[in-house]
Write a protein that binds this ligand. Sequence first.
Ligand SMILES: Nc1ncnc2c1ncn2[C@@H]1O[C@H](COP(=O)(O)OP(=O)(O)O)[C@@H](O)[C@H]1O
Ligand SMILES: [Mg+2]
Length: 442
Amino acid sequence: MRANAETGTAEVELELRHIRQTYARPSGEPLLVLDDINLALHDGEIVALLGRSGCGKSTLLRIVSGLVPPESGEVLYHGAAVAGPADGIAMVFQTFALFPWLTVLQNVEAGLDARGVSEKDARARALAAIELIGLDGFENAYPRELSGGMRQRVGFARAMVVDPTVLLMDEPFSALDVLTGETLRSDFIDLWMEERLPIKSVLLVTHNIEEAVFMADRILILASNPGRVAAVLDVPLARPRQRLSSEFRDLVDDIYERMTAGPPPSNVIQPPAALASLATNLPIVSAISIVGMTDVLASPPFKGDADLPALAERLHLGGVDLFHLAEISQMMGFAELHDGSLHLSNAGRALAEADMAERKRLFGEHLLRTIPLAAHIRRVLDERPGHLAPRSRFVAELEDHLSTKDAERTLNAVIGWGRYADCFSYDTLNLRFTLEDSAASR
Ligand SMILES: Nc1ncnc2c1ncn2[C@@H]1O[C@H](COP(=O)(O)OP(=O)(O)O)[C@@H](O)[C@H]1O
Ligand SMILES: [Mg+2]
């Protein structure tokens, strides 16, 4: 296992002191992109710089790598000022940045070209990097013959071949499809945990909250206009990390809240997409509060549109609670979350305008259509002769995918909604579902 950098005794690999950068806007006016960025990157840690697009992340990495000098401030690598590309610092780019006319092996060797390594050594080191990154067998392929995931592996191999101690990554997974990105992230973390990589520290730039929580030991949240460090968070989760665990989700929610509070964001940050499966981890949000939220959202001053902070204040909810409420409302099709605000959908408006009985009917209809677990429970009850099913049966099913705690909570959330809408009944004494008091013939 990796030594933790938190002890304070770990060596500082890289230090950023008071970095500031200004560009000229097309109009010629100055644009302050980075303002007083400070960071010490220690031996043994992965630090994520998390921020919306346009907040200056790539600018900062270009400065750190020595490609561009900052307007003021300095970058120190092992205590010495960086002025131009430094030997121990390598970078992986979002766009892979491969030479299309070179093979995989030649692309990886190219990283060593300028370093005065003999041809024989270069070949041996490139082959070793290729094997480490899982590209063996593809040495003679050209980039165009490779999938996106394999191309980015070449990007990694090319960075590793120079034996860097610091790896800079600029959104290295964001050009890949979801599953490929997932595989590459996990493979990278495995190599990191096994200490098979030459690198001692990683600075990862991303706009993806889940990626930051999955990968990093520490997360710096960058604010935009100008780019400033708005918050620094430790990620105390053991690896490998479980995305669906409540600790993981809580941290994602916390960061989401920090990033959506304050002035409306200029850019979209979506909540984690609901997994279209039974075992979607669901928060406890009462049906009454969902219906009540559509009421408030439909009424003045919002009239169908509300910034999250304003809505949180109006509903007397904390950010995380509001986020859960917004997330569930979106899943059920009553509202849409984008640009940091919540918009009432047509179904949400119908819900707000309906009378009590119609609200229950509408809610039930959406529940069974959008929450697979609710539909599953209902289907099981419909099919059983006595229209009875024990709670334990569903918990067991959910536990294939969720922790016990999450399974219990998810089931409780759905029980609350199903009871409100009379989709099914739940007997708290005998811990079983029934269709007794519900509109079983519906
Ligand atoms: N060379 C440049 N000249 C002028 N403006 C630039 C230049 N590079 C980036 N910018 C501007 O600086 C801001 C930050 O860009 P960038 O560092 O690419 O952000 P990020 O990587 O976080 O998306 C953006 O507003 C961008 O338009
Ligand atoms: Mg960028």
